[in-house]
Design a protein around this ligand. Structure first.
Ligand SMILES: Nc1ncnc2c1ncn2[C@@H]1O[C@H](COP(=O)(O)OP(=O)(O)OP(=O)(O)O)[C@@H](O)[C@H]1O
Length: 233
């Protein structure tokens, strides 16, 4: 469903991604790994269209989306939770969630926040009228993921969703990703370094180094040695 071939991308004159090729199949959870600064966020931004590709092709459900702007990619079904969440602190939780409706590609805008999304993150239901800025970091991360889910994306991009979050919420987010996978309606491409997560939940992994894919394979076969080789400094 997502096919990237020979993607080159970067900032201004500086090239960060050098001919990256990667595939996410329908219903898969794919883990993107790599040390700091190797280009994981740059890849996420390039898939979402926030960075213009210098070379290569990005296809989504068979269509070439390489030159589409971010809003069109969102309407095509790609949801994105950036690193650092980027929720609106002055808006309430409910208003933040409603912003997710703007990415709905076709059909009527729902009047209410979908119950199944609130069921995944019960704290958000309790806090619907609270300002986003008053939530803890872990609650804001839940809000950011829920906001991406209200538009019913077919591909969800998560950039380090577990970073800097307390263990109980890490577990909740892992359960949510597992339940998204079980429902088989949304594929997930996420930046995550944990070997435990990758082997337990992901189907496939890619390791980036200096802007290129240096290892990839079935997540169940990912070994501690491989992680040590590619991910420790
Ligand atoms: N806005 C920017 N302008 C110029 N260079 C940037 C910009 N953002 C990132 N870079 C550079 O691009 C390279 C890749 O950064 P990127 O954020 O994609 O890495 P990453 O793998 O996501 O790392 P991290 O785990 O630290 O988030 C780095 O050398 C970084 O300094």
């Amino acid at each position: 469903m997502l096919e990237i071939e020979g993607l080159c991308s970067g900032y201004g004159e500086s090239l960060v991604l050098r001919s990256v090729s990667l595939t996410v199949e329908p219903g898969q959870v794919v883990c993107l790994m790599g040390r700091n600064g190797v280009g994981k966020t740059t890849l996420m931004k390039s898939i979402m269209g926030l960075l213009r590709s210098k070379n290569g092709v990005i296809r989504y459900n068979g269509a070439d989306i390489t030159r589409l702007p971010p809003d069109k990619r969102a309407k095509a079904g790609i949801g994105y939770v950036p690193q650092g969440r980027e929720i609106f602190g002055q808006l309430t939780v409910e208003e933040n969630l409603r912003l997710g409706f703007e990415s709905i590609g076709s059909g009527p805008i729902p009047k209410r926040i979908p119950e199944d999304v609130l069921d995944m993150f019960p704290i958000l239901r309790d806090f619907l009228k609270r300002r986003g800025g008053d939530l803890s970091g872990g609650q804001q991360q839940q809000l950011a993921i829920a906001r991406a889910l209200v538009s019913r994306p077919t591909l969800l991009l998560l950039d380090e969703p577990m970073e800097g979050i307390q263990p109980s919420i890490v577990q909740l987010i892992e359960e949510v990703i597992a339940s998204i996978k079980a429902a088989r309606k949304t594929s997930v491409l996420l930046v995550e370094q944990s070997l435990e997560f990758a082997t337990a939940i992901a189907d496939h992994y890619y390791v980036l180094d200096k802007g290129t894919v240096v290892a990839s394979g079935s997540a169940s076969e990912l070994s501690a040695d491989e992680v040590k080789m590619h991910l420790t400094v």
